[in-house]
Write a protein that binds this ligand. Structure first.
Ligand SMILES: [Zn+2]
Length: 262
C-alpha cells in the first residue's frame, strides 16, 4: 500500500498492465481500492485515465494528485453510493464512452477530454446522500445557497471550481493559455450542473435535435457533430456532447453487475 501522495510514487504504480485493466469491462474498482488503499484510488484512477487519453502532459502531476486528494477528502465515506468510488466509476465509464468506435472522429481535442474526465471524477463531490427535493423541502443551507434548481449539482460544481482556483491545487500545466483555462473551468462547471437528472430529458432531446439537424444517423457523419460556424456554436456543440456523455456515464455506472458496482 502507498504511504503518501508523492506523484512519482503514484505514477510508478500505474504500469501498462494497470492502465489496461482500467479499460476492461470487468475491472473491479473495489479490489483495486483495497490494493492501493481507499485514499489513493480516486487519484490513481484519475491520473491513470489522463494517461490513457494522453492528456497527462497538460497537468502538473503533483498538483493534480494534491487536487485529487482534496476531492477525495470532500467525498463522504458515510454516503453509501455518491462517494469517491462512484466518482471513479463514472470517470471509468466516461473513458470507455470516449474510446467507442467513431468517437475520435467527433472532433473533441485533448482539452475537451481533460475537462470531461475531471468533471466525472468530481461530479458528486461533497454529496450528503440526500435528494434535491429533500433540500428544497427542508430549506437547508445548501438549498438557500444554491437555489431550487440543481441544488446538489450546484454545490458539486462550485466546490470543484473553488478547489481548482486554489493555488496549491491549480493543476493546469504551463502550456495552457488563459482562454483555454477559462473555457476548461466553464466546461467543468456546466458539465457537472447538467448531471442533475431533472435535466436529462431536455439534454437528450437537445442531443436528438442536434443529431437530426447535423445529419448524423446510424454512425454516419459523426465528424459533423461540432458546429464550427463560430466559437459560440463550437462550444455549444462540445458542451452538449460532454454533458450527454457524463450524464450517460453517471447513469451507466450503476448498471454494471452487482459485484462491480455494488
Ligand atoms: Zn453521480
Amino acid at each position: 500500500m502507498l504511504d503518501d501522495d508523492n506523484a512519482r510514487e503514484m505514477e510508478a504504480q500505474l504500469t501498462p498492465a494497470v492502465l489496461a485493466s482500467f479499460q476492461k469491462n470487468d475491472f473491479n474498482l473495489f479490489t483495486f481500492s483495497q490494493q492501493v488503499g481507499r485514499k489513493h484510488q480516486l487519484s490513481m484512477v484519475g491520473y491513470g485515465l489522463l494517461k490513457i487519453h494522453n492528456v497527462h502532459h497538460l497537468v502538473n502531476p503533483q498538483k493534480f494528485f494534491d487536487f485529487m486528494r482534496a476531492v477525495h477528502n470532500r467525498y463522504s465515506r458515510e454516503v453509501a453510493y455518491h462517494n469517491d468510488l462512484h466518482g471513479s466509476q463514472c470517470a471509468l465509464q466516461v473513458s470507455q464512452l470516449l474510446n467507442q468506435r467513431g468517437m475520435n472522429g467527433i472532433g473533441l481535442n485533448e482539452y475537451d477530454h481533460l475537462a470531461l474526465l475531471v468533471s466525472a471524477l468530481c461530479h458528486d463531490i461533497g454529496h450528503d446522500g440526500f435528494t434535491n427535493a429533500f433540500h428544497k423541502n427542508l430549506q437547508t443551507p445548501r438549498f438557500l445557497t444554491f437555489g431550487d434548481v440543481a441544488v446538489q449539482e450546484g454545490y458539486h460544481a462550485a466546490t470543484t471550481i473553488f478547489l481548482i482556483e486554489q493555488r496549491e491545487y491549480d493543476f493546469f500545466g504551463l502550456p495552457m493559455t488563459r482562454t483555454a483555462r477559462r473555457l476548461m473551468k466553464k466546461r467543468i462547471l456546466c458539465s457537472i450542473l447538467d448531471t442533475d437528472m431533472a435535466c436529462s430529458k431536455q439534454l437528450f432531446s437537445d442531443l436528438q435535435s442536434h443529431l437530426e439537424k447535423r445529419g448524423i444517423k446510424d454512425g454516419a457523419n459523426f465528424f459533423n457533430f461540432i458546429d464550427r460556424t463560430n466559437s459560440d456554436t463550437q462550444e455549444r456543440s462540445k458542451q452538449l456532447i460532454s454533458s450527454a456523455l457524463l450524464n450517460a456515464a453517471d447513469v451507466g455506472a450503476c448498471l454494471k453487475p452487482f459485484d462491480l458496482s455494488q
